[in-house]
Design a protein around this ligand. Structure first.
Ligand SMILES: NC(=O)c1ccc[n+]([C@@H]2O[C@H](COP(=O)([O-])OP(=O)(O)OC[C@H]3O[C@@H](n4cnc5c(N)ncnc54)[C@H](O)[C@@H]3O)[C@@H](O)[C@H]2O)c1
Length: 323
């Protein structure tokens, strides 16, 4: 439903050419807002925003959030950061800089403009947790010196900055802790379990399962996640989060593999491989706070979300445009 001219906002989405960011941009444009999409295309692709280039309310700026940005906007969604281990471990120093310098630059912008700012944080701030599922007041168990630390500690420091800008400068901040989300526009080779399984199944190859496949994961469909981010941004100023956003339905890795094989008619079945050392046994959000404060919960079943995701990867495999 397009908004009235007086309530139309100019909204900055950093990381707007990425997987989640491009869906968020689509939805904000559908609501009639103007979008400034800022991205350095490290893991994002022009393909994700190609359909918007002639949209009168859409503007793309190639920019690295590690550097200051001087623009005029009414709201900021800060999503810029590579999200999959394959990508964030490729240049770990840049990953920490993106989280920390990016947060400082975007918070500085929000301070100057006196506007709301939302941070895309992550369930990885809980590290390798001793508590399942993780409520927001659990402080986590994070290794500060490991291979994942550039991402986990970078995101934790960004959260600290958000709350210090609120305490010190009175900014209206919102922090979403996002759990495993999937959907069209994920990168095919980013090492995430849903995309790995779909890509293998569409090639007719056996799906690789690490460990015994009994470990559980929860999967949130992208449309539900975007709803959560927008509801959080629109929530009363005194509700800052951090708030978990994810789907609490748990599936074993075997169940996911089986579903992907059935939906793609893959006869390739599955093969087992050794479990990576830091693979958690269970990852599941506690979304009581999001339910209570935002009235939000995911609506899309795994099967309903997998179908459009598989269709996307099928189309990508035959597309002449490189991902
Ligand atoms: N997808 C998930 O399951 C998930 C889970 C937890 C948190 N998150 C968070 O959500 C956000 C978006 O994740 P995603 O899955 O869409 O990942 P993505 O990699 O598809 O998107 C990240 C975007 O940020 C851009 N980017 C990276 N570094 C940048 C920089 N220095 N300056 C400007 N742009 C930069 C990339 O090019 C990309 O377009 C990230 O902050 C991520 O940490 C995602």
């Amino acid at each position: 439903m397009p908004v009235l001219y007086e309530s139309r906002k100019r909204i900055l989405v950093t990381g707007g050419a990425g997987f989640l960011g491009s869906h968020l941009v689509d939805r904000l444009l559908d609501q009639g807002h103007e979008i400034l999409c800022v991205d350095n295309l490290f893991t994002g692709t022009k393909r994700n925003i190609d359909h918007l280039h002639h949209h009168p309310h859409f503007e793309f700026m190639r920019h690295d959030v590690c550097f200051p940005l001087y623009v005029e906007v009414d709201e900021i969604y800060n999503l810029a950061c590579p999200a999959s281990p394959v990508h964030y471990q490729r240049d770990p120093v840049q990953t920490t800089k993106t989280s920390v310098h990016g947060a400082i630059n975007m918070l500085g912008l929000a301070k100057r403009l006196k506007c709301r700012i939302l941070q895309a944080s992550t369930s990885e701030v809980y590290g390798d947790p001793e508590v399942h599922p993780q409520p927001e007041d659990y402080w986590g168990r994070v290794n500060p010196t490991g291979l994942r630390s550039c991402y986990d500690e970078g995101k934790r420091c960004a959260e600290t900055l958000f709350f210090d800008y609120r305490r010190q400068h009175g900014l209206t901040v919102k922090v979403a802790r996002i759990f495993n989300t999937y959907g069209p526009r994920m990168l095919p080779a980013d090492g995430r379990v849903v995309s790995n399984f779909i890509v293998a199944a569409l090639r007719g190859e056996p799906i690789t399962i690490y460990g015994d496949g009994g470990q559980t994961r929860s999967f949130c469909y992208v449309d539900d996640l975007v709803d959560g981010l927008m509801q959080l941004m629109a929530s009363p100023a005194d509700f800052t989060g951090p708030v978990n956003l994810g789907n609490p339905d748990e599936f074993t890795i075997w169940e996911l593999a089986d579903m992907v094989n059935r939906l793609t008619n893959n006869q390739g079945s599955a093969r087992l491989a050794p479990l990576p050392p830091d693979d958690p046994r269970q990852r599941c959000p506690d979304i009581a706070l999001a339910r209570d404060k935002l009235g939000w919960q995911p609506r899309t079943s795994l099967k309903d979300g997998l179908n459009p995701t598989i269709a996307y990867f099928r189309e990508l495999a035959t597309s002449p445009t490189p991902a």
